[in-house]
Every structure is written in C-alpha cells, then in structure tokens.
Design a protein around this ligand. Structure first.
Ligand SMILES: [Ca+2]
Ligand SMILES: [Ca+2]
Length: 193
C-alpha cells in the first residue's frame, strides 16, 4: 500500500470519498502508525509523526501551519491522530467540497477554539508567512498595517475579529482569501492505490 502524488484529480468529484478509498486510507494509516509508533502506547500518530507525513506527502514546510493543521485534525484534543480523525481530515484534503475546505481553513487559523480569529492571531500568522516569503525583516509596524488592511477587508461586522461568517463572506467574494494566513491545504492531490 502506498500513497502516490497525482496532480489534478478531477475537481468536480467532491463530497464523500469512496469506500475503497477509506479502506486504503486506513491501510496507509496503520502502516504509518506501525512505523512511527513502536514505542508509544497510543494507537495513532503523534504530532511529530504527523508533521513528517504532512511534509513528505503533502509538501508542507511551515512549522507553525503544520502544527495548526495537526490541531485541526485532532478533533478530540488528545494530541494524537486516530484512524477516524485521519480519514475525516484526509477526506477534506482529497475530496473536500469548497464548504468543507472553508471550514477546515478557518479551524486551522483560529486555533484557540474561541471561534474567532483574533487580531493577535492575524498578526502572528502574517508575520510568520512574511518571514517565509522574503528575506527582508518586516517591521512590526508594517505588519500591524497589514492586519488593519486584512480586518478592513474581512471583518464585516466590525468587532475587531474574524468570525466564521466574516471568513465565509470574504472568501466567497474573493477565493484567494481562503488561504490568506498561509497555505494549509495540499497543492498536489494524493491518490490511494
Ligand atoms: Ca485525537
Ligand atoms: Ca467580525
């Protein structure tokens, strides 16, 4: 059993993944767990093992975002990705509808589970992603200005933070805003064989 990278699975094939794919994802999961977890009692992937997979299979490189993706996958907050969380998360990666991806990105970005993306979080994420993109050091003042611009564009009810309703409305108007705070969906489509 192996995962193969395919660029360009049909985008129209959305919603639920097929039963055979679920079975394949479970096989992959169990072999990854076996490889990663010989020492651990938990039957699942811990953060390091999961991040290694995000990096090697999905080409992710950003530590902060990989941590956030881990927390978004880990629905029951036990610091371990179990089989159910793995299949659920990967089905969004593989075949998520636009709505599912919208929800997933929002979950990655709000992190502290109060249901909003706060000004401080926007600042941290923009600072982090600007760090990755350019060698020049952005000043905090410059980033604060970007935070204001972002809020102006996305905070429709003017309460100084981004709710899911704000996020949904902004992304529906401008799709590029889906990953505005950093890439958290894989570029390449992964196919199970
Ligand atoms: Ca978990
Ligand atoms: Ca708001």
């Amino acid at each position: 059993t192996q995962l193969k990278i395919h660029v360009g699975l049909p985008k129209t094939l959305t919603t639920n993944i097929k039963k055979s794919e679920v079975e394949c994802l479970l096989r992959v999961f169990h072999s990854l767990v076996e490889k990663a977890n010989v020492r651990l009692n938990n039957f699942g992937l811990d953060r390091n093992a999961f991040r290694a997979i995000l990096h090697s299979i999905f080409g992710m490189t950003d530590d902060m975002l990989m941590n956030r993706v881990f927390f978004a996958f880990d629905k029951d907050n036990d610091n371990c990705i179990n089989a159910k969380e793995w299949v659920k998360g990967l089905s969004v990666f593989l075949r998520g509808t636009f709505e599912e991806k919208l929800k997933f990105c929002f979950e990655v970005y709000y992190l502290n589970s109060d249901g909003y993306i706060s000004r401080e979080e926007i600042f941290d994420m923009l600072k982090n992603s600007l760090h990755q993109q350019s060698s020049e050091e952005e000043t905090d003042e410059g980033i604060k200005e970007l935070v204001d611009i972002t809020l102006k564009k996305m905070d429709f009810d003017n309460d100084g933070k981004i709710s899911f309703a704000d996020f949904e409305k902004a992304v529906k108007e401008e799709r590029l805003l889906l990953e505005v705070f950093g890439p958290c969906l894989p570029e390449a489509k992964v196919q199970c064989q």
